[in-house]
Write a protein that binds this ligand. Sequence first.
Ligand code: NAG
Length: 246
Amino acid sequence: MQSFLLTLVLLATSAAAAEAKRPATPVHYSKPPPPDGMTYTVTCHAGKSPGGPVFLNHIGVAEAKQAMSSATQFVWNMFNQTHPGDRRNVKKIALFIDNMKGDTLDAYPGKNEIHVNANFLGKYKGNIRREFVGIVYHQVTRVWQWTGGKDREAPKGLLTGIAEFVRMEAHYGTSEKVKPGEGKQWDQGFGVTARFLAHCEKVKKGFVKELNKRMRYGYTKAYFVDILGKPVDQLWKEYKSKYPKY
Ligand SMILES: *[C@@H]1O[C@H](CO)[C@@H](O)[C@H](O)[C@H]1NC(C)=O
């Protein structure tokens, strides 16, 4: 039993050492984001599981904070929320790297918090920093976006779709994962809904910003008619008909 444990410790240590040697691939911000008056905190709860060293060696606390700030400013610009009165009253966003079940991409927003699965980062084979920044853009959008409120909450799929749309606009992913025209329904969520929202943006530029703004005080499908002149189901049909192979 003891030698079994020792082997585990040695395996974990050599995995960490191999990780440390992997060359870091920088994320190319055009420039560091200007100060935004926010507080960002980053806490790694991954301990010695492989995701911990991968996060600390290849991304790190400073870069994670920079990603949160850069994402916040991107969202404010995109949603046209440059005045504090236009946005949720958030002064601090706390990010946690947690060991969650399994090693798939698992991340969720809490109350002004972001939780990311360390095991996913530990197993990720591609450009880990770009992927991480993409996850941050998605989750930071979840923190800032309007959701319709308690009684008139928007569909979850629309909320994740808007977050993924923002990530896609920032060029940090989705395009590789979900192609235009894919999916079964407009509010399926994530990349499928993001692609559909990109189509709606072609119908009318600024649609997502306008939709988010209205969702401050509730949500109704009628917003699609109000802003785009057509029901969402018709927009979805028109969108799907452009991509017969799906
Ligand atoms: C942005 O919001 C301001 C009000 O805060 C408004 O006057 C302006 O027209 C909006 N711009 C766009 C492009 O939506």
